[in-house]
Ligand binder design. Structure first.
Ligand SMILES: [Zn+2]
Length: 352
């Protein structure tokens, strides 16, 4: 929405507000004379017809300015609305809902939102893929987030109220203040193995290395939580934690990077005080039609317990040749965000 549109909306709404007041006065006058007039046959008083889509009086219906069809969005909006906002004349939420497909805009009305009474909202707030729109010292620009919104569906929580109502709702609802885990750092340097980059990712995970590695090593569990992996099959199980695994990854960056298939030799073993799961692609003849075969140069995930603490440090070294004709900037963006998503998906899976 541009500022001109906003201005028009407000002006029309103010006019609408005045009309509401006038109507109220008329109704009061009607009430005074009601005892006398009640004996007479009267026609039902006519309410102003209201547009069913934007919920505004037909006279000031905004539907011609809204998209003719609901916008095709993957993001789901969760609006926590102050009760006073519901009756305000501006009524921006029905306008927003009218632009989105059914089910993509959910409204929760109230001042306090406990986990017990609002389990759906609580689950959304705890999800690592949920963003809260709220200004403050800890806020980040959407452009600065190293998140690829094309690979995972995200939810956005909006607080609807005046500034002071929104501040009160934000500060007094623990659900809206769940710490966001963004402590993942991604570095890169030119690879010695191929023409691309070696990526290193590091972050902490609140779990012991054994359980973390049970989720990372090739197997059905990895397929359950890793949003990048769309299929996974162990082709051969070898001794001492080794196997040959075939897996496919989803398209990234609005499918600029199409799905990829990999066939890797993988090995999971003890490493220092923790565990290591490493792999490298191997030659494999059978190839799925229409899927580009990618190639992993030596990669590995190292997991060791942090000093004096119950958390572990998980470090990944990834040098994936995606092959195909791809612009380097697309690969860089996709790699950084898929590594950050890897940590958030893993943390979410371990909580369950
Ligand atoms: Zn309308």
């Amino acid at each position: 929405m541009n500022s001109q549109f906003n201005k028009d909306t407000v002006e029309e709404t103010n006019e609408d507000d005045d009309e509401d007041e006038e109507e109220t006065k008329e109704e009061e006058e009607d009430d005074e004379g009601f005892s006398v007039l009640s004996e007479l046959p009267v026609e039902k008083s006519e309410r102003r017809p209201t547009c069913r889509r934007c919920c505004r009086p037909v006279k000031v219906c905004l539907c011609p300015y809204l998209p003719p069809c609901p916008l095709d969005v993957s993001t789901c909006l969760y609006i926590v609305q102050h009760p006073a906002e519901e009756s305000r004349v501006l009524r921006t939420v029905p306008l927003l809902a009218a632009c989105l497909p059914p089910g993509k805009c959910k409204v929760f009305i109230g001042r306090r939102f406990s986990e017990e009474r609002y389990p759906e909202l609580a689950a959304v707030c705890k999800d690592a893929h949920t963003l809260l729109l709220y200004p403050g010292a800890g806020a980040e620009n959407l452009e600065d987030l190293s998140t690829d919104f094309s690979t995972t569906a995200h939810s956005v929580v909006l607080i609807d109220g005046t500034w002071s109502q929104a501040k009160d709702m934000f500060l007094r609802n623990a659900l809206l203040q769940l710490p966001r885990q963004k402590d993942v750092t991604v570095w890169r340097k030119p690879s010695h193995e191929f023409g691309g980059f070696l990526y290193k990712a590091e972050g902490t995970v609140a779990e012991n290395p054994q359980r973390i590695m049970d989720y990372i090593r090739p197997g059905a569990r990895r397929l359950e939580w890793d949003s990048m992996i769309t299929s996974l099959e162990i082709l051969q199980t070898l001794d001492q934690g080794c196997c040959v695994v075939k897996y496919t990854t989803s398209g990234q960056l609005w499918n600029i990077i199409s799905p990829r298939e990999f066939v890797d030799f993988s090995c999971t073993s003890e490493y220092q005080r923790g565990l290591l799961s490493c792999g490298v692609s191997v030659d494999h003849d059978e190839q799925k039609a229409g899927v580009v075969r990618g190639f992993n140069h030596p990669c590995g995930w190292f997991c060791v317990p942090a000093e004096d603490s119950e958390i572990s440090v998980l470090t990944g070294y990834i040098q994936t040749d995606l092959r195909g004709m791809l612009p380097q900037t697309a690969v860089d963006t996709a790699m950084a965000s898929s590594l950050v998503n890897f940590y958030s998906d893993l943390r979410q899976a371990l909580k369950i």
